[in-house]
Design a protein around this ligand. Structure first.
Ligand SMILES: C[S@@+](CC[C@H](N)C(=O)[O-])C[C@H]1O[C@@H](n2cnc3c(N)ncnc32)[C@H](O)[C@@H]1O
Length: 479
């Protein structure tokens, strides 16, 4: 399949000729996490989306008790003295107010200067004294729009309850150091999504030593798995920990077949599966996600999870996040102008967040910022195809035309809690456990985990595909 000539959706939308520029005002925009209705589109819908059993809710409620900043408290307090007649007292109170205000502003101000995440003084200037309020989403968080604005049914409370349940499970993982594989955030995300969907079978593309197979197994103890991965996880057992599942069909080693070349009807029939809307497909194989999406659509799958949903300018394959980074989305579309606000802010953030990209890294030849410097990357960076902005734009129109749900997993917790210093919060949705909520972090058991497990967040995404009847392009385009 050629990726150079993506689909043209039948409702023609002319693509802008010049790359659009992200407006500076979008730099400070935030995207709220949508929590609307979502149903598994099958007759067994009720069992498919039955909620995770409730666990104590006190942890969730605690997040609502965020303390107001000091200067606001001081202002409110002093305003009560409005009736005081003494000029001396009034003057003293005014001075006190000014001192309080300056002190509080100082503590709550955010600077993007070069600071180390382990330096307490720098952390105070970045996060404030109590560590609250880092700047999630301040650079904008692009996302793929769905046709009807549908989203998932789960809430942040469900995510918190899920964390409480998952931490002890994660602590029993067989592969403790999963370098190059999933860390905590995405392990939780995959487990949580799988538990909510309750599929009849799970397909995984890209298993490495088998950690993600183990996560799927924790979510669904009796459900079959099909795993496609060039090297069988058992091969890793010779050198150290790995996970091989007893109820998993491996297309690995000499039996390896790429996801796009499998006759899925035939394979799933062997497993007694005919309803493809009851299948969950998980991709962690570092392939162009547009290619994988088209292959999944062609096969008839509806529920997809992509592990590495890289931000624009980063990663080794074209991702959904990159595809939907468009000027009409908050935080989408970029300017390669070196004196722009975006360039200035990015260069400051780069000094603090390892994976942040500055404008030089973001922009390739001819000011091409989309994908990675104007390239659609594939297969661990082995294939790089230069695409025009028009092609990139059409890719997003195509994706949006077949989507019912696009949901990015939020990071587990703010960096003042996890001490992660890799992903840039400015490009991420607000975390499940906000900065400053140390007691909640502790109560969920997250403080027991090594810091390094929080370093792998790359915006894992869950996609629900709409019914083919509503697609607005010929299915032959999928070939
Ligand atoms: C990042 S690792 C997967 C990590 C794993 N999911 C985990 O959580 O530990 C990527 C894996 O994709 C495999 N891979 C490479 N090409 C692939 C392909 N075409 N299809 C499926 N897997 C592929 C690699 O061999 C590697 O095992």
């Amino acid at each position: 399949m050629s990726n150079r000539h993506p689909h043209t959706v039948s409702h023609s939308i002319s693509s802008p000729k010049a790359p659009p520029i992200m407006l500076d005002r979008t730099l400070s925009s935030r995207r709220s996490q949508p929590h609307l209705d979502f149903e598994f589109p099958s007759p067994a819908a009720s069992s498919a989306v039955s909620p995770v059993p409730e666990s104590p809710t006190s942890l969730a409620d605690e997040s609502k008790t965020k303390k107001p900043p000091l200067y606001l408290l001081a202002t409110n307090y002093i305003s009560r003295f409005g009736l005081v007649k003494s000029p001396c007292l009034c003057l003293s109170l005014c001075l006190l107010l000014i001192v309080f205000t300056l002190f509080s502003l100082l503590l709550n101000s955010r600077s993007f200067v070069c600071v180390s995440s382990y330096d307490p003084i720098s952390r105070v200037s970045l996060f404030g004294l109590d560590g609250v309020d880092s700047d999630f989403g301040s650079l904008g968080v692009p996302w793929c729009r769905s046709k009807h604005g549908k989203t998932v049914e789960w809430t942040s409370k469900d995510l918190i309850n899920g964390l409480e349940e998952f931490v002890p499970i994660y602590e029993t993982r067989p592969i403790k150091n999963n370098l190059y594989g999933m860390g905590f955030d995405h392990s939780f995300g995959l487990w949580f999504i799988t538990r909510r969907l309750k599929p009849d079978i799970m397909i995984e593309s890209g298993a490495f030593k088998g950690h993600s197979t183990w996560v799927l197994r924790q979510a669904m103890p009796d459900t079959p798995i099909i795993s496609l991965t060039p090297r069988h996880p058992e091969k890793y057992l010779k050198k150290g920990p790995a996970y091989v599942d007893g109820n998993c069909t491996y297309f690995a080693g000499k039996d390896f077949v790429d996801f796009g070349s499998v006759d899925w009807e035939k394979v799933l029939k062997i497993h007694g599966i005919s309803d493809f809307s009851r299948v969950l497909v998980f991709f962690d194989d570092h392939q162009n996600e547009l290619k994988r999406l088209k292959q999944a659509l062609k096969a008839g799958f509806h529920h997809l999870v992509f592990e590495d949903n890289y931000d624009t300018g980063t990663g080794d394959h074209y991702s959904l996040r990159q595809i939907c980074d468009q000027f009409y989305i908050r935080g989408g579309g970029h300017s390669c102008f070196k004196d722009s606000d975006e360039a200035r802010i990015r260069s400051k953030r780069k000094k603090f967040w390892e994976k942040a990209v500055d404008i030089d890294e973001l922009c390739g030849p001819h000011e091409a910022w989309w994908g990675v410097r104007g390239e659609m990357r594939d297969n661990f960076n082995h294939n790089k195809t230069t695409i025009s902005y028009g092609e990139h734009f059409q890719n997003s129109r195509f994706v949006e035309s077949i989507l019912d749900v696009y949901w990015e997993l939020p990071p587990t917790a703010g960096p003042s809690l996890t001490h992660q210093s890799r992903y840039d919060p400015g490009r991420a949705p607000p975390p499940i456990v906000e900065d400053g909520r140390y007691r909640m972090f502790q109560r969920l058991g997250l403080d027991r985990l090594e810091r390094s497990v929080f370093n792998g967040y790359t915006q894992m995404v869950y996609l629900q595909i709409s019914k083919p009847e509503s697609w607005k392009y010929p299915e032959s385009d999928l070939v």
